[in-house]
Design a protein around this ligand. Sequence first.
Ligand SMILES: [Zn+2]
Length: 178
Amino acid sequence: MKIALTVGHSLLKNGCYTSADGKTYGGCNEYKWCKAFSKQLASALKKNGHKVKRIVCPEKKFTCSTQEKNYKLNLINRSNYNLVIELHLNAASPSGRGTEVLYKSPAGKRFAEKVQKQLSSVFQDRGTKERTDLYILNGSKPPAILIETFFCTNKNDYAKAKGKANRKKLAKLIADGI
Ligand SMILES: [Zn+2]
């Protein structure tokens, strides 16, 4: 398949991240983790025979998070991808934990279920969820899934995702699910 792999959020011109930051709870910055992880996931998907385009918003260029939408959807919809994967992390109070994959279309649901099953071997299974309010799911022409790999605000979740070796392991799980 030809896959667009997009990293949620961005780093704005003013130096602020548009993502959640769980560092004060012993977790991590959502955008930074997802950006690092996208490299391992792209490699794992390529290893499994897919063509992958990583899409990361330009850093320190945008003035607000709403600019992320057009940037990504333009790149996605001008090529003929078979699948869009967007990377995020969940955020809540420090006790919130686990993994979930979001989808909108029936085709997206099939991919979401396969990825959910794989990630649930590491994180608490929160199930797949149908969402109709997310631009990446609504605006992408190909089937799309949004992976909330774990909670960036949960110390124990982050312990299983910290560092390159853990990221590689999680990347292989997702790639094998796809
Ligand atoms: Zn997010």
